[in-house]
Ligand binder design. Structure first.
Ligand code: SF4
Ligand code: SF4
Length: 385
């Protein structure tokens, strides 16, 4: 689904000038608001205390290995695509302590960590990011295993989504069927309309909490013109994706091309820097690190994000399972687009484009798929002579 109709019965409109009431409504319910803000030349996700903290009047230019923040010629509040951060930094933090231990005589007393879980309101969540959260849900609170921190934090969030008003240069959510309009997984979803006559947000309600929040904002019912304009905005975004990916038969395409020469080509460019996995909203791999103090009485275990691009990640006694860059890039891309489907029932890619933008040498997952597909000489299973 690339766009879906706005359903009039659950839609309202608030004025841009009244957006601060949303902040007040969230703060009044005990939420710490986190969302996009400008820092160090990029739009990142951090604590917001007021509407003024949002990147009002900013946009971004993105391409392979390129990100530039630019002023807009209007005062749009959400006129940019996703940046280097994703919501996983809140639900699956880069570094957390798992436990502490203290030597007591001949024994160790282990104290599990009491994690500080706060009520978080995610403001400005894009449709691809809602899909990324749903994918991480399968990993962390799916049927088989549960991550206690993720589970606790996940059940303490409020989600204010934003339907994208423009596509980034590396976006391809329409190819992955993850956007640009939020279809579920939010409490409220906003579509920003900014033209000569108005600066408003069409608001779609997605939960009981959303109903409650909307009731505390000054609003009016959406009219036909509001809905038509909101439709047009999302449709235009869907038509202006910076990238695209043909996902037809993609799992089997990759499985039957594990020795394709393109893996050597991409390996000659890849720096194994791990950037793509750090910025990816669905990558979830971690390592653990144990530390002790100098006296040997205190020990701690920390969990940290790790990446399949490091040598150590697949180190088993005697060496790394994936010693070559080719092996590591192939592992990442075939997992993301192929084995993830076997493992979790969905693709591991939501088409956000972050791995393309933040790759220092501009390696582009859509281009790598295209190159393999272009010289896929092996017929699909079942069609062999
Ligand atoms: S693989 Fe790249 S485009 Fe896909 S979700 Fe991860 S960062 Fe986004
Ligand atoms: S593909 Fe790019 S971002 Fe990913 S490890 Fe290689 S050089 Fe780094």
């Amino acid at each position: 689904m690339t766009t879906s109709s706005f359903q009039a019965q659950c839609l309202a409109v608030i004025e841009r000038a009244d957006l601060h009431y949303l902040f007040e409504a969230l703060a009044g319910r005990g939420y710490r608001i986190v969302g996009p803000t400008v820092r160090d030349g990029a739009i990142v996700y951090d604590t917001l205390t007021a509407v003024e903290d949002l990147p009002v009047g900013y946009t971004d230019e993105q391409d392979g290995g390129t990100y530039r923040l630019k002023p807009r010629n209007d005062t749009a509040v959400f006129g940019y695509a996703v940046g280097p951060h994703s919501w996983k930094k809140f639900l699956h933090p880069p570094v957390i302590r798992l436990w502490r231990a203290r030597r007591e005589g001949q024994d160790f007393q282990v104290t599990p960590e009491q994690h500080d879980i706060s009520r978080l309101a995610f403001l400005g969540v894009r449709s691809c990011e809602l899909h990324a959260i749903a994918i991480q849900d399968k990993v962390f609170i799916g049927e088989q295993y549960t991550d206690p921190f993720y589970q606790a934090q996940r059940s303490n969030i409020c989600v204010i989504a934003v339907n994208c008003g423009q596509a980034g240069g590396t976006c391809f959510c329409t190819s992955m069927q993850t956007g640009p309009k939020a279809s579920s997984g939010f409490d409220l979803a906003l579509t920003e309309i900014l033209d000569e006559a108005r600066h408003v947000f069409v608001i779609e309600v997605g939960s009981d909490l959303g109903v409650e929040l909307l009731a505390s904002l000054p609003h009016r019912a959406a009219n036909g013109d509001d809905l038509q304009r909101a439709e047009q905005i999302v449709a235009h975004t869907a038509q202006s994706m910076g990238r695209s990916m043909d996902t037809t038969d993609i799992k089997d395409l990759l499985y039957r091309n594990l020795e394709h020469p393109r893996w050597d080509n991409v390996a000659s460019r890849c720096l194994t820097c791990t950037n793509c996995t750090m910025v990816c909203p669905t990558c979830f791999c971690t390592t653990v690190e144990d530390t002790t103090d100098l006296t040997g009485t205190q020990a701690e275990r920390w969990r940290k994000w790790d990446s399949c691009f490091t040598m150590d990640f697949s180190y088993i006694h005697g060496g790394s399972v994936r010693a070559s860059t080719k092996g590591r890039y192939r592992q990442w891309m075939t997992h993301k687009l192929g084995t993830w489907i076997d493992q979790f029932g969905t693709s591991g890619c939501v088409g956000c484009g972050r791995c393309i933008t933040w790759c220092p040498v501009g390696i582009d997952i859509t281009e790598e798929v295209r190159a393999i597909r272009a010289s896929d000489n092996v017929p699909p299973h079942g069609e062999e002579e």
